[in-house]
Design a binder for this molecule. Structure first.
Ligand SMILES: Cc1cc2nc3c(=O)[nH]c(=O)nc-3n(C[C@H](O)[C@H](O)[C@H](O)COP(=O)(O)O)c2cc1C
Ligand code: SF4
Length: 398
């Protein structure tokens, strides 16, 4: 199944493999891709994957996590256009493949250089203290739909096939989803908490041409106890009541594909990216995290059978990864299989699999060193199999 084609809204996918967004924190100060960024995406283009989901790209300077986060502007548009063209050329030349290219639009909210928070959060603030002055005003939030629409149009001009209105991993939209304690138009009721996400989604939808894919990468649950998390109970169990309501609205508003993710990697990375080795001992076995992804994806597929779903969290499976991916597709849990850490570790894994040359020893170890580099404020990549990042890791973190 993994090699089978797929089509959404006239966009053709040559197979079901998705290279998930993996932020490298390696762009130039103006947000354009650096030599390191280009290198990473060239390796993605050579992978044969049917879809390349480009990393978190800020819609405005104040919404960047750091000064090396990707950001598409009118000024650097020609650089992005050239990169997109180059990736298409390389993919065609190396694999006879035409990958669908998605750009992920984001506002980093609490993780911005100067934190822009939705509300005071006792759990997240243990890690990064803030004050009331960091709470974003309703007036500021009102300006964001326009910014998202402008960025989406730039993505279209750059040549991307789809735009992701991202709401995940604790960034601004996602934090607003659990803003039970916030006052005003963006807090309290379900309608208020989902307002900004939906307004930006509609603004992008109305701005882009019809043939461009409208998608979202969404943390269906934060796995943080209510009232400080979305899609959970007070006991921190998964509760899909509100996520179901929200997804119904997104579908009614024109969502064409959903990339499922879970958790907030700044608080509970074991949820988002089950690991063998990490910065702390996870309170659950990795198998629990892997099972949660499947429970959620299966549930959403049953509720919206015709909505194409990208599954996540597969890299932990290591040598069994392709078998697990095939199983998930066969069982209808998802329509595409997304690979994050695996493509950093072994960018040509899919091509090798397809050609019967898959090498277990090159597979991601789920060791969290790439995340550790990022958290240390460095550029991020595979610190095990890529010499550049390995040396960086040794110098900075050992
Ligand atoms: C270094 C690093 C950077 C990431 N950057 C992004 C990002 O820009 N956007 C995003 O939605 N997810 C990002 N993620 C999450 C991954 O896309 C993916 O969901 C996660 O690694 C779990 O999938 P895996 O098991 O295949 O690695 C990142 C993860 C890591 C480890
Ligand atoms: S550093 Fe490499 S091997 Fe370790 S988790 Fe990241 S991608 Fe996988």
């Amino acid at each position: 199944m993994i090699h089978e084609c797929f089509e959404i809204n006239g966009q053709k996918f040559t197979n079901r493999v998705v290279l998930q967004p993996m932020e490298g924190c390696d762009c130039n100060e103006d947000g354009s891709p650096s030599e390191l960024t280009v290198k990473k995406y060239v390796s993605a283009a050579k992978s044969g994957a049917g879809m390349i989901w480009m990393e978190a790209t800020a819609v405005c300077p104040e919404g960047r996590t750091n000064r090396r986060q990707m950001m598409l502007t009118r000024e650097n548009l020609p650089i992005f256009r050239e990169l997109v063209g180059e990736l298409r050329r390389i993919a065609k030349e190396e694999c006879g493949n035409e990958p669908v290219l998605i750009l992920q639009l984001t506002h980093s909210g609490r993780q911005s250089i100067s934190p822009m928070i939705a509300y005071r959060h006792p759990i997240y603030e243990e890690r990064r203290p803030v004050t009331d002055a960091n709470i974003v005003t309703d007036e500021y939030l009102d300006t964001l739909p326009q910014k998202y629409a402008e960025s989406a149009l730039l993505a279209v001009e750059a040549g991307f096939d789809g735009v992701d209105v991202k709401s995940c991993h604790g960034y601004l939209f996602q934090e607003l989803l659990s803003a039970f304690t916030r006052e005003g138009r963006y807090g309290g009721s379900f309608e208020n908490r989902t307002r900004l996400y939906l307004d930006c989604f509609r603004a992008v939808r109305d701005a882009i041409p019809r043939h461009i894919l409208l998608t979202t990468r969404w943390s269906v649950s934060d796995m943080v106890p209510k009232p400080y998390g979305f899609g959970t109970t007070e006991e921190n169990e998964l509760d899909l009541t509100e996520p179901d309501r929200l997804l119904d609205l997104l579908v009614a508003e024109g969502l064409q594909m959903l990339n499922v993710t879970v958790g907030n990697p700044y608080y509970n990375p074991h949820v988002n990216r089950p690991y063998r080795k990490g910065g702390y001992e996870a309170p659950e076995a990795p198998s629990a995290g892997l099972a949660r992804f499947e429970v959620i994806e299966r549930h959403l597929k049953e509720r919206h059978p015709s909505l194409p779903v990208v599954g996540s969290g597969l890299s932990y499976y290591r040598q069994d990864l392709m078998e697990q991916a095939e199983r998930q597709l066969a069982e209808g849990i998802c329509d595409f299989v997304g690979f994050g850490r695996m493509w950093l570790a072994y960018p040509e894994f899919y091509k090798d699999f397809r050609e019967g040359r898959f090498e277990t020893k090159k597979c991601c170890l789920a060791c969290s060193k790439c995340t550790a580099l990022m958290r240390a404020g460095q550029v991020s990549g595979c610190a095990v199999f890529n010499e550049y990042y390995r040396n960086l890791y040794k110098t900075i973190l050992l």
